[in-house]
Design a protein around this ligand. Structure first.
Ligand SMILES: [Zn+2]
Length: 314
């Protein structure tokens, strides 16, 4: 492919209208925004390599979670969260994303006086200001429960989500369960997640991200989540099973598949071995996520997932 053709294709994929449903706010910060944050906090002595996974490079899942901790040091004030939210939304809009769901765990930072409520409000303010700037993108927010916080913190998060669900007319529309999958147990989160479901919040749950978690996965699936994050090992010999696949198919629970993320964090060895192929071959509702992929995939895949997603959202 010559340079001109490459450019034409890149433009085509950028302009194609898309949805992005699996965007962790702190994981979507571009290198430009990261530079601004680093410049504001020289005392932290953070350099690029600590917050960015360059092209062709990979990290283990554990290293990725460590990277998030470094990024959290850079986004410790309401002003940081506002700037990051606005930049991320603008960049997704520039990439042709028309519907975006951001997800992020409310964080308290004693040093700056940021409470969890202020954290959520800062994201909502970023969404509001982007709307006022007439960006052609509809943005919603899934409030995230980090598994590391345990059940008590999860309960607090559900309360916060319920409050904002009622006051934001659909901008806060649900909950995400995420964080290090080796920490905590699914059963610890059942009660708060059930409570959230009863309150009308949508559930997007990370599950089966690592091998041999059948029992854990089934507990989360029994909640009948609205969407599954990753589901990497559902269909694999290492800890997946036909029963799990059948359950997901029977209930038509859509999957959010993040190819770049999985390959970079090495939970999937290569793109051609990604579980997207399996779910696509059985025509299961799936949506490709993470904007890095925008320039890689074929038009019809995006259109199918976009059309499916819009049908299920409305
Ligand atoms: Zn995720």
């Amino acid at each position: 492919m010559d340079a001109e053709e490459q450019l034409r294709k890149t433009d085509f994929y950028s302009e194609l209208p898309k949805v992005e449903l699996h965007a962790h706010l702190n994981g979507s910060i571009s290198s430009n925004t990261m530079k601004k944050l680093v410049a504001q906090k020289p005392d932290l002595h953070i350099h690029d390599q600590m917050t960015v996974i360059n092209k062709g490079k990979k990290r283990t899942l554990e290293e990725c979670f460590q990277m998030f901790q470094t990024i959290h040091q850079l986004t410790s004030s309401p002003e940081d969260i506002l700037m990051v939210t606005k930049d991320v939304i603008k960049e997704f809009a520039d990439d042709g994303v028309k519907y975006l769901e951001l997800r992020s765990t409310p964080r308290r930072e004693n040093a700056t006086g940021m409470t969890k409520k202020i954290y959520v409000e800062s994201i909502l303010e970023g969404i509001k200001q982007s709307k006022q700037e007439n960006l052609d993108i509809d943005v919603r927010y899934l409030i995230a429960i980090d598994r590391r916080g345990g059940p008590l913190v999860a309960k607090e998060t559900v309360k916060l989500a319920e409050e904002f669900f009622l006051s934001t007319e659909g901008t806060v529309l649900g909950l995400d369960l995420s964080g290090d999958p080796t920490v905590g147990q699914a059963k610890d989160f059942l009660e708060p997640l059930l409570e959230a479901k009863k309150a009308g919040l949508k559930l997007a749950l990370h599950l089966s991200e690592i091998p041999n978690q059948n029992k854990e996965t089934q507990i989360l699936l029994d909640l009948l989540p609205d969407r599954i994050g990753h589901g990497t090992y559902l269909n694999s010999g290492e800890g997946g099973s036909l029963d799990l696949v059948d359950f997901v198919r029977q209930h038509r629970i859509p999957l959010e598949l993040c190819l770049t993320s999985n390959v970079k964090s090495q939970t999937v060895p290569s793109y051609d071995q990604h579980h997207f192929g399996f779910w696509y071959s059985i025509a299961h509702p799936s949506v490709i996520c993470v904007r890095l992929m925008i320039r890689v995939f074929l038009q019809h895949i995006f259109l199918k997932s976009t059309i499916w997603q819009l049908k299920h959202l409305i």
